[in-house]
Write a protein that binds this ligand. Sequence first.
Ligand SMILES: Nc1ncnc2c1ncn2[C@@H]1O[C@H](COP(=O)(O)OP(=O)(O)OP(=O)(O)O)[C@@H](O)[C@H]1O
Ligand SMILES: [Mg+2]
Length: 370
Amino acid sequence: MINMYDDLSGQSRQRIKDKIELLREEQTSRAVQEIIEFDKTPVELKAAMDGFIIGQERGKKIISTAIAFHYKRLGGALKKALAESEGDIDLALQNTKSPRANILMIGPSGCGKTYTSQTASRLAGVAFVHEDMTRFSEVGYVGQDAADILLDLLLAAGGNPRVAQMGIVYLDEIDKIATEMVAYKDVSGRGVQKGLLHMVDGTENTVHIGRERISLSTKHVLFIAGGAFENLETLVKKRLARQGYQGNWKDHLLTDDLVAFGMERQLMGRFPVRVVYDQLTTQDLKDIMTRSADSVLLAYSNDLQAWAIDLEFTDDALTEVARRAEQEGTGARGLISVIHRVLLEDMYRLPGSYTGRFVVDGNYVKERLA
Ligand SMILES: Nc1ncnc2c1ncn2[C@@H]1O[C@H](COP(=O)(O)OP(=O)(O)OP(=O)(O)O)[C@@H](O)[C@H]1O
Ligand SMILES: [Mg+2]
């Protein structure tokens, strides 16, 4: 009796396992198919990004080009390998060689580095994982970090290692693991950077989940590293002055400068595509409020619409909010807190007690923030 019970549960367990395996297979073929069919041109990808990310024209061009080429190339190589390996996806992934060009994004806080990577991954339709490197420098640990990142990527890919292998990993605050130079850094940064090197290099890695061991190659993973790199500008400008060069420092950034900042040369060599994002201007901040699909102001305005309240910000009001946000020095992040402070009282009071147009002008903003 007891045996039969065990047997039954054993059988159903097996059935569930098979079912999961089947789902995973389907998900993989779909993901592979999507990559093979990837057909966004850089111009199309950028146009799609424009609906979300305001400004940063040059940066968006470089990133959309890098991402479109990466997936087009990967798709082409996969298609060929798949034909050669008679449809064996694992074999095809293994045999596919496609040179990668990882991206390094530099720019002040809140100017859209993380947001860009996230949005571009979504538009490309691939798994995306965001890793904060400060976490690793604080622990000061070496080695385990890379495994943690791969585990997160695997989770972002719904546990499917093949989907994970074609995803994007964003290494945020990469400048915080620099060695030398600035006081808040410590030597542990070097170890963390070395640990990353292996992962970025695209070797086979093993991820442990409980007793299960999953092998995960990072050969096709696109890495994007981002950081504010404070003082880098001064460093580059000094070098340029020494060498008697003129012109925009952003066009003359060298690996040497990043090394002088405290980054490992080997690691930086693996991030050949360099993007320098600009500080957002007042106009950018205004445009973010009115044009970005993820705008907080548009979100609030939609919310209020549900109570039959039509929220309107005059141009003066937008300018005032943008100026206040600028003063916070946190880029577009400042917009959220400023808008919130301006509207807090009204969002509490208006629903249910008022309908129709509700116009916020510059003076009203000033009053609310006084
Ligand atoms: N250029 C932009 N266009 C539209 N929205 C933006 C832009 N830049 C920032 N934002 C908004 O501000 C938020 C914060 O930006 P993000 O996280 O990308 O900053 P970051 O550059 O990564 O800064 P940090 O160096 O502090 O990590 C985003 O989630 C987004 O809503
Ligand atoms: Mg960020």
